[in-house]
Ligand binder design. Structure first.
Ligand SMILES: C[S@@+](CC[C@H](N)C(=O)[O-])C[C@H]1O[C@@H](n2cnc3c(N)ncnc32)[C@H](O)[C@@H]1O
Length: 143
């Protein structure tokens, strides 16, 4: 799922090249509803486009759209005290607070959680990104 038709076209090209069957959906994360219960939600560097007023509601929607026992793998950029806002950060992106992501999954099992600082030179200027990866599992039994 991506809001960009170009991004989805690239995804389809790569899948075809690698002999993988996929289905892409063009949608905005801010009002996206999973078309059917998901077993795995894998999101790398995209939840920063969820507007802050949609965080609570958005994660609740993603959780509700996930099968019992299903897993979410979420990579999110975070506001870290020692990492300045990167030069490639845009007005439509929003940092999460350190540790905030876990709060949206309070009743899910945490399989892995880690913080990282990544070096990047996209845009031609070396800079760092602070990020968190959270791997969580929807309990088999409703809580
Ligand atoms: C940093 S890229 C990550 C792409 C992909 N996850 C990857 O690892 O290659 C961020 C992606 O978020 C998409 N995006 C931006 N705003 C979005 C929105 N409101 N809803 C859904 N996707 C959005 C962009 O088109 C872009 O493909």
């Amino acid at each position: 799922m991506d809001v960009s038709p170009n991004g989805l076209a690239k995804t389809n090209r790569l899948a075809e090249k690698r002999g993988v069957t996929i289905e892409t959906i063009e949608a905005d994360l801010n009002d996206f509803v999973f078309p059917e219960p998901m077993d795995v939600v894998y999101s790398i560097g995209t939840v920063q486009y969820l507007q802050p007023e949609n965080w609570k509601r958005g994660f609740e929607r993603f959780r509700r759209g996930t099968a019992l026992g299903g897993v979410h793998v979420i990579f999110a950029f975070v506001d870290h005290p020692s990492v300045p806002t990167p030069p490639d950060w845009t007005e439509s992106e929003f940092f999460y607070a350190v540790g905030e992501l876990r709060g949206y999954y309070a009743d899910w099992e945490v399989l892995d959680g880690r913080e990282m600082i990544l070096e990047d030179d996209s845009g031609g200027e070396a800079h760092d990104h602070a990020a968190e990866v959270l791997v969580v599992r929807n309990p088999d039994e409703p809580g």
